[in-house]
Ligand binder design. Structure first.
Ligand code: SF4
Length: 460
């Protein structure tokens, strides 16, 4: 039987201390809990002056959902009082106008990718979705029909009329949060939905002929077994989705599940690792290539443009409450919260802002040379294709990752997580067990300053 923690022989004969495999999902570094109020409220026009703007990513955040799933710590609220979604789009429009102006009229601005996330963007009505696309196209200048456009949806809101709007406006990918095809498991994860409704939504997405369907599934749910997990995987595979994301269940503070239980449970770690390996092997056996710990892509799926995980460039424009933006030197956002009461008041504050407020960055974290290297290492190493050492050298003045992170890389190699960590290796790649431990590797690469800021963050 495998153990949930990794130990290994140490060069001096000691055992390495055990490592918990599920510490945190590092989808962006630094995490928003390391952001702080920026006392000088820098002008966006100053922050963006001199930044490359020929291949930016555009992200629009819609912070509304029909229910709050028990595992979710994203910036979103349940439902919307009368008129709130319209007021939110008005504010988004004001923000887009201010941000576009700050990017400058003189040099060309080009968006290479676009995404609508949340929350649940399809919580909006079809007419509101048209308006959202108008903001991206007419205010920001993104050519939605020419670039990859990804949209998140839930089964109940993936209706034919909404999908028709999205397909007509250029959506190339719909990501459906299914989580489990087993009704009892869906209830246990506090995402009550019926399998019949999920299947109907998948049918509507395929009917809309949006090129890429992604299905999100979760493992580690109370009561989930190898059999029920395989049944969910097979139910997903029956739709031949171009992508499948497998997420370990996390119990996070202030979420529905987080109010009930603790997170540190070796038996649960063991269950999650077992289900992860089973899921990974099942998908690979059915013609999927592993891109990262969570992401699998059908090997014969049509190629897509760059996705934000592979993208090492810094330029990202996030619009809406809770959305992040990145320049090379600063990551910034609005205030952030997980608790429902706080989220509501942050959204209310956002919709009442005049356009002039959106010309400034209010919360954020400066990215110095050390943080830029960490970010590059983290985001490349956690991809199955690994880190190209020559690319790292070219970006960071000829230094190799081992020059900057020798101690960490040696530790990963000792644990059997790195394929070839020798001085002449051209690509740093994780082993299968390294990929399985991505959520332990990520946090080990946080800088002490980011770690301290995250620990000092007061959850709300
Ligand atoms: S998991 Fe998705 S659908 Fe569920 S509450 Fe979070 S954002 Fe909304």
């Amino acid at each position: 039987m495998t153990t949930a923690t990794t130990t290994g022989p140490h060069p001096h004969g000691d055992r390495l201390p055990p490592v918990r495999p599920y510490q945190s999902y590092v989808y962006a570094y630094p995490h928003k809990t390391a952001y702080r109020r920026l006392p000088d409220r820098p002008l966006l026009s100053t922050l963006w002056a001199g930044e490359p703007k020929d291949a930016l990513s555009l992200y629009l955040h819609i912070p509304f959902c029909e229910v709050r799933c028990g595992f979710c710590n994203l910036f979103t609220r349940i439902g919307a009082a009368d008129g709130l979604t319209g007021a939110y789009l008005d504010a988004l429009d004001r923000q887009a106008a201010a941000v576009r102006e700050a990017l400058g009229a003189r040099e060309p601005v080009r968006f290479a990718t676009a995404a609508f996330g949340g929350g649940t963007p399809t919580f909006l009505t079809p007419a509101e979705l048209e308006r959202l696309c108008d903001i991206a196209e007419h205010r920001m200048g993104a050519d939605l029909r020419a670039v990859p456009l990804s949209v998140e949806a839930s089964p109940a809101t993936a209706t034919a009329d909404r999908l028709q709007v999205l397909a007509a406006r250029g959506a190339t990918r719909v990501s459906l949060g299914v989580q489990s095809f087993d009704d009892a498991e869906a209830r246990a994860a506090v995402r009550p939905q019926r399998r019949a409704d999920v299947e109907a939504a998948l049918g509507r997405i395929r009917d809309a002929r949006i090129p890429v369907l992604n299905i999100d599934l979760i493992y580690g749910i109370d009561g989930q077994t190898a059999e029920t997990w395989l049944r969910s995987l097979d139910a997903a595979l029956a739709w031949r989705p171009e992508e499948v994301y497998l997420y370990p269940l996390y119990i996070r503070p202030l979420t529905g599940l987080g109010r009930r239980a603790g997170d540190a449970d070796p038996a649960w770690d063991e269950q999650r690792l077992r289900l992860y390996r089973l899921g990974r092997d099942h998908l690979v056996a059915h013609g999927y290539g592993q891109q990262s710990m969570r992401m699998f892509r059908r090997v014969d799926a049509p190629p897509q443009g760059a996705d934000d995980y592979a993208c090492q460039t810094d330029g990202m424009i996030g619009l809406g409450c809770g959305a992040r933006s990145y320049t090379a030197g600063l990551h910034y956002s609005f205030d952030y919260a997980v608790g429902m009461h706080e989220i509501r008041s942050i959204i209310d504050d956002y919709v009442s802002r005049p356009g002039s407020d959106f010309a400034h960055a209010e919360y954020g974290r400066r990215i110095d040379a050390d943080e830029a290297r960490r970010r590059h290492l983290l985001q490349s190493l956690l991809q199955a294709e690994g880190l190209d050492v020559a690319g790292y050298r070219a970006r960071f003045g000829g230094r190799a990752p081992a020059d900057d992170f020798g101690r960490e890389l040696t530790r990963f190699a000792e644990r059997g997580w790195l394929k070839d960590a020798g001085p002449h290796t051209s690509t740093l790649r994780l082993t299968p067990e390294g990929l399985a431990h991505s959520d332990a590797i990520g946090p080990e690469l946080f800088s002490p300053a980011v770690r301290d800021a995250m620990a000092a963050y007061e959850r709300k």
